[in-house]
Design a protein. Structure first.
Length: 263
């Protein structure tokens, strides 16, 4: 299937590992030119070199912490200076820490807000004017299955990723007349560092082996296994494509059937 992405420009946040890296690699394989960022300068430059070598794509990478508004503006300025516009924006950030409500102080809420909601809003603010001018754009927000079925002990993620969903659903209607789509991608339990860290946190909290935690998670997934990052990245490539031009305002899970709800 020709996705019509050859020559498009994508900015993929938090792309030095995990889902962000997988999305970047998948888009590069479709001929997309990339802007990558991560907090770790060495890691993101290494990934940029790897993806370029694997796919032949043009890749620009820089250090940026998307929870810091000034970093987002610096990233956008560099991206627009290099490519003049961004066709595809993938908002993404590491998940906030786990914890029940009474374990989370005001500072933790502020940090999680900047990381999860503010980063998506500010990245969008930076690239949207040029998308509207060109009358074409794709905004993809990496959120979580928690927006449809909250996960115990993930108060911050459950709350703030739901806020991103509300932002995206409202924005989708505002920008649809300009040929811009806005969709949310909901990863389920996928083999990433984030899921490993959460499993280890549960292991410590409950005093059980981490292997027991992983087995318990997989027993809740109808497909009987965790997902692979490349399986999630395939959805991103499709939603970014010309083929998905009539899909907007949606929150689509890639979870092996974990979410039990009908909608």
């Amino acid at each position: 299937m020709d996705l019509g992405l050859e020559g498009k420009v994508a900015l993929v946040a938090a792309s030095s590992r995990g889902l962000g890296r997988a999305i970047a690699a998948e888009l590069a394989a479709e001929g997309v030119r990339l802007i990558l960022c991560a907090r770790d300068e060495e890691a993101v430059q290494r990934v940029a070199q790897e993806i370029s070598a694997e796919t032949g794509a043009e890749v620009f990478a820089m250090q940026a912490d998307v929870s810091r508004r000034e970093n987002v503006y610096r990233l956008a300025k560099a991206a627009l200076g290099r490519f003049e516009h961004v066709d595809i924006l993938v908002t993404n950030a590491g998940g906030p820490p786990s914890g029940a409500f009474e374990a989370l102080d005001a500072g933790m809420w502020d940090t999680a807000y900047r990381l999860t909601l503010q980063s998506a809003v500010e990245l969008t603010r930076c690239v949207l004017p040029e998308m509207k001018r060109r009358r074409w754009g794709r905004i993809l927000n990496v959120t979580s299955i928690t927006v449809k079925q909250p996960v115990e002990n993930l108060m911050l993620s459950n709350s703030l990723r739901a806020a991103v969903t509300g932002f995206a659903r409202t924005l989708a209607n505002e920008v649809a007349p300009f040929g811009i789509t806005v969709n949310n991608m909901l990863p389920g339990y996928t083999r990433t560092d984030r899921v490993i860290e959460l499993a280890e946190a549960t292991s410590r909290r409950e005093g059980i082996p981490v292997e027991t935690v992983r087995a318990r998670i997989e027993s809740q997934i109808p497909m009987g296994r965790m997902g692979e990052p490349k399986e999630f990245a395939a959805l991103a490539a499709f939603l970014a494509s010309e083929r998905a031009s009539y899909i907007t305002g949606q929150s689509i899970a890639v979870d092996g059937g974990w979410i039990r709800g009908v909608f």
